[in-house]
Design a protein around this ligand. Sequence first.
Ligand SMILES: Cc1cc2nc3c(=O)[nH]c(=O)nc-3n(C[C@H](O)[C@H](O)[C@H](O)COP(=O)(O)OP(=O)(O)OC[C@H]3O[C@@H](n4cnc5c(N)ncnc54)[C@H](O)[C@@H]3O)c2cc1C
Length: 479
Amino acid sequence: MPLSGAVLRELQEVVGEANVVHRPDDLRIFERDGSIAGAVPDAVVLPATTQEVARVVRIAARHDLPVVPRGAGTGLSGGAVTLRGGIALQLSRMRRILEIDPHARTALVEPGVVNYDLQQAAARYGLFYAPDPSSQKACTLGGNVAENSGGPHCLSYGVTTNHVLGVEAVFADGSVAWVGGDAPDRLGLDLLGLLVGSEGTLATITRIKVRLLPLADAVVTLMAAFPTIDTASQAVSDVIAHGIVPAALEMMDQVTIGAVEAHYRAGYPTDAGAVLLTEVEGIQESCAEQAAAIEDILRRNEATGLRVAQDAAERELLWAGRKGAIGALGRIRPNYYLHDGVVPRTRLPQVLHQVGEIGRHYRLPVANVFHAGDGNLHPNILFDLREPGIMEQVEAAGEEMLRAVVEAGGTLSGEHGIGIEKNAFMPWIYAPADLEAMQRVKRVFDPEGRLNPGKIFPDPGRRPRLTARAGFCAQARWW
Ligand SMILES: Cc1cc2nc3c(=O)[nH]c(=O)nc-3n(C[C@H](O)[C@H](O)[C@H](O)COP(=O)(O)OP(=O)(O)OC[C@H]3O[C@@H](n4cnc5c(N)ncnc54)[C@H](O)[C@@H]3O)c2cc1C
């Protein structure tokens, strides 16, 4: 429902007329994220400061309007979709890196800072920020914190929550507080742990203090081809069982390799059943030792065509192929539906076979490109939205895949969050009492249920605004 002129004027007084989007055509740009469903907000407000965020949240409270924080809209679970309308709080004007402290090895940033921009700024001090989602050239730190995002290099470094020291948050009543701090051992209740990964349902994050790490002395990037997904999966298990935790251990199946190679010409072997991209980092000697041990394990698992990147340019090309894989899949079908269930590593081959069977049953091509070291699957169901009735097939296939993941002892998401895509499946994982305990916490933070309503928790039959649209592979062509 369009906002009244009076409410729009109140919002414009806070952020300026140019920073309130309310015309229907303009609003459509903010309808969706990278997932398959969308809903148009009533207004999009672009604040520039914490105080402006707080004032907008107070206006929303007075008029009982939902507030949905929004970063770059690359989310893959519908988190930034304004399911019940209201205000999309677009944080892209808050994109300053406020401080990099090379001695303390920390950075203080606003939520709209793009992950890659922080990486570039930190590199000038010989430092880096570890979580590196494949979408890092577009996604924001605010979105990363809200989703507790991971990335290829989170295998050894840990996901976002391991690198956030503190956040400034605006709560549902417009109050502002700092949560967490510099000290490694925080006193009192761990509210920071609650806010990281809360998907915009507990507060809007307006500043973030993160830990930075020193750039490694040496990096070895290794690509290996395998005859089948099974042999590649066995190699992954063997590497970890050997006690080696590489910085990254990523797998691509044959469908993905073909698309990536056609797009990036990175030298991926298109006749391979699977490719593993492995990276080790550290001091020169230990790096060389680890790389040799890994090579040995890969060869014992039928790896061929082992290739070690000879310089930074070759390394970047190999990674461009991996990180740009979703965009490259647009060569096969224009749309995708991507899940990120996690399974115990030893169950990878079994679940990947099931994923393949489900795809064949629904006659839908499926491409797998994923963080194999973590057991974090990423089956991409590829389709063309223009085919009548296709969405029902796609959603049914996605649900069956998640079922297979959960039945194999896995869980619904490794890094993309629950949002509106998996909230109906939360009872597969949690007992009613567990879910109720979480919802009690939500009610303490947000008694009126205005912050990103309808997300994370099951929300049966309450999707009045949802328009089924689909992630476009082409949107991911930043690489
Ligand atoms: C091609 C592609 C590759 C990807 N690869 C990865 C990957 O490797 N690893 C990974 O983890 N994810 C990946 N993602 C998913 C996505 O990029 C991440 O979830 C990312 O963190 C979302 O950031 P964003 O700025 O786009 O947030 P949005 O999509 O705008 O929002 C995501 C969620 O965060 C909330 N939010 C945003 N900003 C704030 C804030 N300031 N305060 C409170 N809540 C907020 C929103 O309400 C929403 O619930 C990928 C996505 C794509 C399209």
